[in-house]
Design a protein around this ligand. Structure first.
Ligand code: F3S
Length: 396
């Protein structure tokens, strides 16, 4: 692989032990995937943040790097942590878990990482530009940035993203190269999608049907960015789809050639069957929304729905700290809290230890969360649209 003079220095250990170790990891990765050179990245999003996911070995690794003076070179955000970093006590996160999670966040902070833990960095001050090369980790954020923004990223693992942040570069392979970004299957959608959960159901179905491919959607009704983030998140979860196109809606879709590609028809029947297959529970004992992290538009719609109502069971809305601040300022948080709900920042239903907090059946409107909750959090799942979840399961 061609290396610049500065990169040679990193490889020879002239920039310190941590940089050398992480740069070697990038070189190895590049060799495996046939990269010819490194490319600078505009921003990074690091996964492996929740204590639930990385445990003590991850914590020790991060503290060791922070102690040795590791510092990031580019704008770097974090994936969701395992708890709300400010209100964890009041919400009921276990104290021993919190102590470890706080140490993890301090290590990241010492490395110069912005400790805004979210899977929607693009809504919270880390918006890549069109065709910018980045190194992001969380699968829905990767899908959104590649597809809806038109940036270029592979799905990085925690260590390779941290290496990109500290070295400022990533190997040039995979979705950084135009030749690997061509669609290879068409989905013709013959039904109207109304709720965000319909996009989650469609994404789950498409991901299951064509794992690791690049789908091109035709016939999708005009979608907003919340719906596209729900679609991409579910596809990434069920089929590792990291890039998709929607005719007339995503920025590069109309530049793509689709003549001769296999076309798969999707109608109401497929969506209903998907809802059915993801529903494993009957009565939710908590409803958790915000997968991917809720936008201000989603929080605002929910506050409108809950105004003057009283919920009979817990409701969480997961979002980023920045979005929660905006919701506070707009008075949305107060309306939701008055109804008995909570806006939870920095974490989500999948990476927080909800199974240790007494919950057994979780209601969600996200295809991704419905896919992961049984395995990651031992939950039965009620997967429905927001109206059904709130009206029937929370009995307002
Ligand atoms: Fe985000 Fe957690 Fe869902 S990381 S996409 S809210 S599973």
């Amino acid at each position: 692989m061609f290396l610049t003079k500065d990169e040679e220095k990193m490889l020879k250990g002239e920039c310190g032990e941590v940089v050398e170790r992480l740069f070697r990891l990038l070189v190895r990765l590049g060799d495996i995937y046939g990269a010819k050179k490194m490319i600078p990245v505009g921003s990074v999003q690091v996964a492996g943040v929740s204590y639930k996911s990385i445990g003590d070995p991850g914590l020790e690794f991060l503290e060791d790097y922070a102690k040795k003076g590791a510092k990031v070179k580019v704008l770097t955000y974090l994936n969701p942590a395992g708890m709300d970093m400010e209100n964890w006590k009041e919400i009921g996160f276990p104290a021993d878990f919190a102590e470890k999670q706080i140490r993890i966040m301090n290590a990241f902070k010492d490395m110069g990482i912005i400790v805004t833990s979210t899977c929607t960095p693009y809504l919270s001050g880390n918006l890549p530009r069109f065709r910018e090369h980045i190194a992001w980790s969380e699968s829905s954020a990767v899908s959104f940035s590649n597809s809806v923004i038109g940036a270029r990223t592979n799905r990085e693992g925690g260590p390779s993203a941290l290496a990109a942040a500290i070295c400022g570069v990533t190997p040039n392979y995979g979705l950084h190269l135009d030749e690997n970004r061509k669609p290879n299957v068409v989905f013709n959608i013959n039904t109207d999608l109304i709720h965000n959960s319909d996009y989650g159901a469609l994404g789950y179905y498409v991901g299951k049907t064509v794992k690791n491919k690049i789908p091109y959607f035709i016939g999708l009704s005009e979608s907003n960015t919340d719906q596209l983030k729900a679609l991409g998140a579910a596809m990434a979860a069920s089929g590792a789809v990291a890039l998709y196109y929607v005719k007339d809606q995503t920025p590069e879709a109309n530049l793509m050639e689709i003549d001769g590609l296999e076309t798969i028809e999707v109608g109401k029947k497929e969506l209903l069957e998907t809802y059915e297959s993801l529903n494993t529970g009957d009565n939710a004992d908590i409803v958790i929304l915000g997968c991917p992290h809720a936008s201000l538009r989603e929080i605002s719609a929910l506050s409108e729905k809950l105004e003057g109502k009283t919920l009979q069971k817990p409701l969480w809305i997961c979002t980023s700290r920045i979005m929660k601040e905006a919701a506070n300022r707009m008075g949305f948080t107060k309306i939701i809290e008055d109804a008995g709900g909570k806006i939870i920042a920095d974490t989500c239903m999948v990476v927080s230890p909800i199974e240790d907090m007494g919950y057994e059946t979780t209601g969600v409107n996200s295809g991704k969360a419905a896919n992961y909750l049984p395995g990651f959090c031992k939950q039965k799942v009620v997967f429905k649209n927001i109206d059904e979840l709130i009206d029937k399961h929370l009995k307002t």
